[in-house]
Structure formats: C-alpha cells, structure tokens
Design a protein around this ligand. Structure first.
Ligand SMILES: Cc1cc2nc3c(=O)[nH]c(=O)nc-3n(C[C@H](O)[C@H](O)[C@H](O)COP(=O)(O)O)c2cc1C
Ligand code: SF4
Length: 502
C-alpha cells in the first residue's frame, strides 16, 4: 500500500507531505551531502542516524550477531554518522541493553565498529551513546505492595484514624492495619499515603536524582565522572570515532540538568548548579580520552513537563558543555517519566507514553504532525551558541523525512547535521538513495509508531513496512533472521545496489 495514501486515509492523521527528490547532480551539490567536521573527525555528509535501542543485545549486555546485523544494515546506507543505541556505563544487570562498564565488553564493540567500517566502506563515522539510569521498578499488585512493601508509620495511622474513625483502628496490630487499609476505597487509601508512596503504588518505585537521603544517589556527582570517562576510553579502544554522552530523556544526566532538580549540594537549583555534573562528566571524559577524539552529547531542547526545563535552559547548558570541551550537541525533546501513563500491574513505567513522550517520537496523530517539529528548538540553541562565539555543530531531529526539509534546515540555521531515526529504520538506505538520485525508491515512514510499541514491550524492534517481507534474503546470510516469535524478519531486505556506482 502507498504509505502516503495509508496515512492520509484517516482525516485525524497528519498527511505525510509529498516529497520532491533531487537528481544525483543536485544532491551532490547540496549542503546535505557536503562534509562537516565533528570534533576530531569529519563526517562525509551531514546525514545522521540517531541512537535507537533495538533490543538485540543479550541479557549480559554483550554485542550479539543480531546487533552486528542490525548496525551493519544501517551502515549499508552510508550515513555520515551512525550513533549506536544507549549503552550502560555501569557493569550491572540491565536486561538486553548494551553495556560498556567493563573491559570484557570491548571485544564485542570492536567487532561492531569493524562491521560498520566495512559495510559503510569507511564512509560512516560511528559513535556510541553512553548513559546512566536510576532504578525503576515494575508496578506492584496493590495487595502485595500494601502487605509487603509499604512502610507503615505513625502519620499513616493518624490519617487512617481521622478518615476511618479512631475507634475502628484502635489497638489494631500492624498486619490488621494493612488489611484495614486494603479494605478502604482506593481514593481514601491514596489520601492516606504520601505523594511518593501513592506514586509507588500507582506506577511502581522510581528513584530520582533528588533522593539525596539514599547514599548512592547523594554520591552520583563523585561516582559518575570516572564511570563515564572509563566508558569513553573503552569506546575509543573498540575503534569507534566518538562517544555521545546521553544527557537527554528520562535518565540520570538529563535529570541533573532539569529545572525539577532542586538538590542543595551545588548540583541543582540554579541553571549553573544543574549544569555542574554535566560539565564535570564532560571534563572527566575529555581528560581521559584526549583532544584527538570526538566527544559530544544529546540534550533536551525542552522537557515538555510541568516545571521542567525550557529552551533557555538548554541553550545555557549547551554552551556550558561546549566550553567544557564537547564537540557537538544533538537536540531531542521530552521523553520523561514525570508525565508517563500508568503502567499495567507487573510492568514498568515507560517514558514515551505521556505528552512529553509524544513530543520525543511524534506521530501523525499529534496536532501539526511530526514533520520537522523539533527544529525550532535546535535552531534556538544553535543561535545562542553562535552569538556566544561557539561554532560546534548542532544536530536536529524529529520527523525529518525528506531531502527538501533536511536541506532547508541546514540553510536556515536550524542545525548543522540532520538526524532521522524512524525514517532510517523504515529505510536504512534512504540517505544513499537520495544521494544517488534514486529518491523515488525510498520506503517512507508512516510515523504511527509500531516500532516504538515494540520498544515499549522490550521486544526486538522492527518496522511494519518490511518485517513481513520474507522473500528477499540478505547478502552473506543464509535464510532470514527472525524475531523470537518467528513472525518478523529482524533486518530490512537488502536494496539492489547494482546501480550504485558512487
Ligand atoms: C525504537 C526507538 C528507540 C529509541 N532509542 C533511543 C535511544 O537509545 N537514545 C536516544 O537518544 N533516542 C532514542 N530514540 C529517539 C530517536 O533517536 C529520535 O530522537 C526520535 O525517534 C525522533 O526522531 P524521528 O522523528 O526521526 O524518529 C529512539 C527512538 C525509537 C523509535
Ligand atoms: S514502524 Fe516505525 S519506522 Fe516503520 S513506518 Fe512505523 S513509525 Fe516508521
């Protein structure tokens, strides 16, 4: 089915704008396909595939053959820069998320860098996105939480006595009190709990950077700089061209930058205080890897939550991070836990389900559509950097799906490199097809987030436009690698490159 028609069928959905694709000559003369310096390396073109977690690592956090196939397939499209998914800087069990918290992860990452170098013919610069995150637990069953996890204190007893009548609870033992709480209407139970306890019951336990009574949270400013520095050093040893510090979305570093961070130990409160840990991590990384290797970060141009950071904070932070030695700033938006939907019992809260999440991976259902939606925030950040005399490249993302939009963004100062996540997932060859004057062959993303729904369930991410296509087989593989349920192919079919002489 023609994707443009499919998305246009429902009048509530934004239409995918028709695209005009350039000839090969026009593409070659464009800004999009011109080189740009990114720190110590040069990207051959200004095309960028941002980090996307595809759930292909194993439970020990190692690179698997599926990880190699996945990134190899993106490398076939020869983007200027390919950023490998969010990878944990700690050596702690994290499910099938890549890790770089120990030297034993280096050989797998080295194989990954080798595959990308070979399959992109040395044309793609490869960065690893590195992150830290705090504990998030699954939503408990109400009975289990009240009986086993809830720390019953005198304040709760007093509130219960007020609401349920003192006589009714007088003399009740702890276990009987818990049963009395369970017998209450749900709203009354919530009124007896503190806000954090109510949240724990409703959404599951979640740590914040402001939980400074927890020693491991209080110590984050001491612990994180060397962890990130060691992760970057390993990434360099594995042969990557650079590292992207993940300071965006729902994770630790973004939470330090956030206006919601009111830590009183010098690492919160004012815009300078909130930047402090980001700056110290950046300096520690730079000191460890030297100046001849690329180090950048991804930040939020706007958190899109009540009381959260806005573009002015992001512009200030981008400049502070550039002055601390970072080579690029990639701009994202939203994706916070704060406004995420309540998960089902037994599931964990997912930061892309509320209004901020919808701005992070905008769909055709969002008012105005996703197309180039977040470029005004990268433009504002870039303008602030430039007027402050800072020339580092800025990467823009969000619903970018055509040559003309990308080229316009580069000419009007919205960004210096153009990132496309889902369009690259729908068709990893799309940049290459444009460059070769073969734009009409592009499989265009529908922006309905089938892929994101798989991510949410921690299932192997694929795209609805190609994952049932079992006819084609990829070079170098016998048969087609399939998802655990056997129904979906794991990498897009190969593009017939017989016309690709470039
Ligand atoms: C399946 C999936 C996984 C993602 N994982 C990450 C991630 O690991 N790190 C990150 O910074 N952004 C992640 N993103 C966000 C994308 O990098 C990108 O910012 C977002 O999808 C908007 O760009 P687009 O409209 O071009 O898709 C992910 C997006 C998708 C769809
Ligand atoms: S599955 Fe994801 S990448 Fe594929 S068309 Fe849908 S939104 Fe685009």
């Amino acid at each position: 089915m023609n994707p443009e028609r499919a998305a246009g069928q429902d009048p509530r959905l934004a239409r995918i704008p028709p695209a005009r694709w350039p000839s090969r000559e026009e593409a070659l003369g464009s800004r999009l396909f011109s080189p740009v310096r990114v720190g110590a390396c040069t990207a051959r073109t200004r095309t960028w595939v941002p980090a996307m977690v595809p759930w292909r690592a194993n439970d020990e956090g190692f690179v698997t053959d599926d990880v190699l196939d996945w990134y190899g397939r993106f490398a076939d499209g020869e983007p200027g820069v390919l950023v490998v998914e969010a990878t944990g800087v700690r050596d702690v069990p994290s499910g099938p998320l890549l890790r770089v918290g120990d030297d034993r992860f280096v050989p797998g990452l080295t194989r990954l860098a080798d595959v990308v170098r070979a399959r992109s013919r040395g044309r793609t610069r490869l960065f690893l996105q590195v992150l830290d995150f705090l504990a998030v637990k699954r939503r408990p069953a109400k009975e289990t939480w009240v009986r086993r996890f809830f720390k019953l204190r005198d304040e709760h007893r007093q509130r219960l006595a007020r609401l349920a009548g003192g006589a009714a609870i007088a003399g009740l033992e702890d276990a009987a009190l818990r049963e009395a709480l369970l017998a209450l209407p749900h709203a009354t139970l919530l009124a007896i709990l503190d806000p954090r306890e109510a949240e724990e019951l409703e959404k599951g336990y979640r740590e914040r950077v402001t939980d400074v009574t927890l020693p491991h949270v209080r110590d984050l400013p001491r612990v994180l700089p060397p962890l990130f520095a060691a992760a970057a050093e390993r990434t360099r040893a594995a042969g990557f061209d650079g590292v992207e510090l993940h300071y965006a979305h729902a994770y630790t570093m973004a939470s330090f930058l956030s206006r919601t961070n009111d830590r009183a130990d010098g690492y919160g409160g004012s815009v300078e205080g909130r930047a402090r840990l980001g700056v110290e991590v950046a300096r520690a990384v730079r000191e460890r890897v030297g100046h001849d290797w690329t180090v950048g970060c991804r930040i939020l141009g706007d958190e899109v939550i009540e009381g959260g950071s806005r573009v002015e904070d992001a512009a200030f932070h981008a400049l502070a991070l550039a002055r601390a030695g970072l080579d690029f700033v990639s701009v994202s938006k939203g994706g916070k836990f704060d406004d995420a939907k309540q998960p089902k019992v037994g599931e964990a809260v997912y930061p892309y389900t509320g209004p901020s999440g919808h701005e992070c991976m905008p769909t055709v259902k969002i008012e105005g559509g996703p197309f180039g939606r977040n470029l005004p925030i990268s433009a504002a950040i870039r303008a602030h950097l430039r007027t402050s005399g800072c020339a580092i490249p800025v990467v823009g993302a969000g619903g970018i799906n055509s040559y003309e939009m990308a080229e316009r963004a580069l000419h009007d100062g919205s960004c210096d490199l153009v990132a496309a996540a889902r369009q690259s997932l729908a068709d990893p060859d799309w940049w290459r097809k444009i460059e070769l004057g073969r734009g009409a062959d592009i499989r265009r993303c529908l922006y309905t987030n089938y892929c994101e729904a798989l991510d949410q369930r921690h299932e192997q991410v694929t795209c609805q436009l190609w994952d049932r296509d079992m006819d084609a087989s990829d070079p170098g593989r016998t048969g087609i690698a399939r998802s655990s349920d056997g129904k979906r192919r794991l990498v897009p079919p190969a593009w017939a490159r017989e016309h690709d002489a470039g």
